[in-house]
Design a protein around this ligand. Structure first.
Ligand code: DGJ
Length: 721
């Protein structure tokens, strides 16, 4: 490995040979770490950007605490092997064939190129090499971290725990952790808790990302923070398999956050000469509160992560058939819906579940990906042609990783599913999980998807995944390799997505897992949008979407307008309310249009046209949470376009009582001195609201909305004159 130092002023990455300090700068943040006298790699700074000429003192290891906590536990290391007297969460734990389990990593050399730093470490005696990889995003200061583990010994070894890296926060005692919990139809429930001694583990043991927790965190300080002010440190994992983020306060009350694949039931058998590349762990800093941290993540996702970044396509307004027809799809019913959808201004028509195999309900068909001849006697072509003739593109639902036991595929290949021989195969929604880690399963899935896209003019796949793992056995490989399934499954999932994208560059893909069960920065790098939740109740969605946008951009947050009352809460909401809730993300229609009145069509047509006039602002702009649905009877969000020429604000009143008026709305993010005219999209503002005023007026004086009653909503746009 090359060893050289880079000290040119405009590069994002530097190394100071005197102090042995590395430094990365991007956006408004600086990250610094150094090599201490013990040759450990130690975090020095993670925070607001410092002047270029600011030097850092050399890293100095902690002296530990008495004889019980040796220095390795209290030195804020970037990456620790489990060895010596380490009690905090390790980044890497290995068992060698001779039974030795001691791993102590020390600095060897480094390499800097542009915005990237690679630091090579090695065990003190064995040929285990670890390269710490850092890449700084110039615009947002979001740092991408990962590690490459290389087995240069002459025998295989087993990785029992591996992380992408550890983030160490500045010393402090008033930190607060923000994360989400959830489940099917209730994703994105925001939680916050002070960080005390001990460890909080956010995780999925489900085989995939899951909704119980989502792999991101934000940490702020209880003393001085709100939506738009104060320091926030945040991170998100790019991994769609089982994952773990542990937030730990050590014996000196220092906070360290370690993340990567989940270590529960984990093992990866690494042969001599092989490498193990960890997933990416992204981290960033904002001094503009939780809102500022979210906006940085959104900007990073749109400009640097999504396929086609920095110019991913704006999401077309789509129609999806699921809630209208469920499994009862056929040529005539879909054509009828397509005509009605097109009349509204819909741009993409998506046929959901039910079009293939013997699929009449969720008991059969998954795995048999031929077009059902009773439902579509002439194949998909007549429907696709019809959709195209209506000036929409065509999308199709698939669930490639699953199989129903009642399918030809399962009857032929019962060994293709995750299983432990002789044990039950637990079904969820009457289906089993195909073991995508198997090369033959990987090839089969890739082959039929590729053929489907070659044979049909399909622009969009909704890729669904409707259960989590059970009995995660892989009996056809040697015992010591069977747990590789946790990693190889996800890698093959990514590989199929990447190959499909490469073979069919115009096809877009949505990640869906019975709703938002597979949303993370790993899958987002390979898909164009995600399905947020099967819960389409427009009021519940205010909460789900609020939690979602802490980490993920509204640009990928699919939000359908469906029928009311919904199955979820039997709550009735006006069509305007449902539209405004969905227009905060990427708009879709999922209602049964056969039930709509002419008035419904007129309202929907108007609101879809309105959405198209603000879509770029919502999908690309800066999101401000002006009032949280969690904190009162109101909820208000605002999006401001990047050039600050347009803003749109959505206001929702959950329930009014005792004749109290709606609190005043103060906009944010406008140009103080420019004049903005206000336009009502729907609803009313107070009579004395000026038709035009300066950005300063809208932000500091604010305006009053006229909302009363239960489940009321309104929206305004502001246009710079
Ligand atoms: C779960 C998805 O979230 C729904 O939108 C729908 O596609 C069904 N699966 C179909 O089975």
């Amino acid at each position: 490995m090359l060893l050289f130092c880079s000290q040119y002023a405009d590069a994002a990455a530097h190394f100071d040979t005197q102090s042995r300090v590395f430094r990365l700068d991007g956006g408004d943040s600086t990250y610094a770490f150094g090599i201490n006298a013990q040759d450990e790699i130690q975090t020095l700074y993670w925070g607001k950007r410092l002047p270029d000429n600011q030097q850092f003192p050399a890293a100095q290891a902690s002296s530990g605490v008495a004889s019980f906590d040796m220095p390795v536990n209290t030195t804020p290391q970037e990456y620790t092997g489990w060895g010596g007297a380490l009690y905090v969460e390790p980044d890497l734990k290995i068992t060698f064939p001779d039974g030795n389990r001691d791993l102590v990593l020390k600095y060897v050399s480094h390499n800097i190129e542009g915005d990237q730093i690679h630091v090579l470490m090695k065990d003190i005696s064995r040929d285990v090499y670890v390269t710490l990889q850092y890449r700084m995003d110039e615009q947002t200061g979001i740092l991408r971290r990962s590690a490459d583990i290389e087995n240069r010994t002459h025998q295989p070894f087993t990785i029992e725990q591996v992380a992408s890296g550890t983030w160490n926060l500045p010393r402090g005692t008033d930190y607060r952790l923000h994360y989400v919990t959830g489940r099917w139809a209730a994703e994105g429930s925001l939680q916050e808790q002070p960080i005390h001694g001990g460890k909080t583990v956010l995780e999925s043991r489900r085989g995939t990302t899951g909704a119980e927790n989502n792999p991101w965190f934000m940490i702020d300080r209880t003393s001085s923070n709100d939506q738009d002010q104060g320091s926030v440190w945040f991170g998100a994992l790019g991994w769609s398999g089982s994952w773990k983020i542990s937030v730990e306060q050590n014996v000196l009350k220092d906070i360290r956050v370690t993340g990567g694949p989940n270590s529960f039931d984990f093992a990866y058998f690494l042969k001599s000469g092989e490498h193990f590349q960890t997933p990416y762990f992204y981290g960033g800093y904002s001094d503009q509160g939780l809102g500022g941290a979210s906006r940085l993540l959104h900007r990073f996702e749109v400009d640097s992560l999504l396929p086609h970044a920095p110019s991913p396509r704006l999401r077309p307004v789509l129609y999806n058939s699921w809630e209208a027809t469920t499994f009862n799809v056929n040529e005539a019913s879909q054509m009828m819906l397509a005509e009605k959808a097109a009349s509204l201004g819909v741009e993409r028509f998506v046929m959901d579940d039910g079009w293939f195999g013997e699929r009449k309900n969720d008991h059969a068909g998954l795995g048999d990906w031929y077009v059902n001849p009773q439902k579509f006697p002439h194949g998909l072509k007549p429907l696709i042609d019809k959709v195209h003739s209506l000036h929409m593109d065509f999308g199709l639902w698939v669930e490639p990783e699953m199989v129903n036991p009642d399918s030809d595929l399962y009857r032929k290949h019962p060994d293709w599913v995750l299983n432990f021989p002789g044990r039950p195969r637990t079904e969820g929604r009457n289906q089993l999980v195909l073991n995508l880690a198997r090369p033959d399963v990987h090839d089969y899935v890739l082959q039929w998807l590729d053929k489907l896209l070659r044979d049909n003019d399909i622009s969009f796949l909704k890729w669904d995944y409707n259960r989590n793992w059970a009995e995660p056995g892989w009996p056809s490989v040697p015992i010591e390799q069977q747990k590789n399934v946790y990693v190889d499954f996800t890698r093959n999932f990514y590989d199929i997505l990447a190959q499909l994208r490469q073979k069919h560059p115009n096809v877009e893909i949505e990640s869906c897992s019975g709703g938002g069960g597979r949303v993370d920065l790993g899958v987002m790098a390979l898909t164009d949008e995600v399905w947020t939740s099967d819960n389409t109740d427009a009021y519940d969605r205010l909460f789900i979407q609020d939690g979602f946008t802490y980490a993920y951009t509204p640009a990928v947050m699919m939000a359908w307008v469906t029928d009311s009352p919904t199955w979820v809460n039997h709550r009735s909401l006006s069509l305007e309310y449902r539209f405004l809730s969905s227009m905060q993300g990427s708009l879709g229609i999922g209602a049964d249009l056969n039930k709509w009145t002419p008035e419904d069509f007129a309202t929907a047509k108007r609101m879809i046209a309105d959405y198209k006039s603000i879509r770029e602002t919502v999908q690309r702009g800066s999101l401000y949470r002006l009032m949280s649905p969690r904190e009162g009877e109101q909820s208000v969000t605002e999006s401001v376009s990047r050039d600050r020429k347009q803003a749109v604000a959505f206001a929702f009143l959950h329930s009014s009582s005792e004749n109290y008026p709606f609190p005043r709305v103060y906009l944010r993010g406008l140009d103080e001195n420019a004049t903005y005219s206000l336009h009502l999209l729907t609803g009313k503002v107070a009579k004395n609201t000026p038709a035009a005023a300066t950005g300063a007026y809208w932000m500091h004086h604010g305006f009053d909305v006229d909302l009363r009653g239960d489940f009321q909503a309104m929206a305004v746009t502001l246009e710079r004159q």
